[in-house]
Write a protein that binds this ligand. Structure first.
Ligand code: ZN
Length: 76
């Protein structure tokens, strides 16, 4: 159920975010942790506004840590 999913580490790779900077930051942790840090990073470093849309966009770019390259291929 939801609890089991929350224990899996997720990765947010800033290279996959639309941005002007060539930012190579990768954030890993639980979905909630990654989302919180990624939103802060997007706002502070990339000048995005902290909106529900931004959060949805970031959440959509999260990938399970263990399937790494596979997930990238699937999403591309
Ligand atoms: Zn970045």
């Amino acid at each position: 159920m939801e609890r089991q999913r929350a224990q899996d580490r997720m990765v947010a790779d800033c290279r996959r975010f639309p941005s002007d900077k060539n930012c190579s930051l990768t954030i890993a942790g639980t979905e909630d942790e990654v989302l919180a840090v990624a939103v802060r990073h997007a706002v502070n470093e990339h000048g995005h506004a902290d909106t529900p849309e931004l959060r949805n966009q970031i959440r959509g770019l999260l990938q399970p840590e263990r399937s790494g390259a596979e997930a990238v291929g699937r999403m591309a």
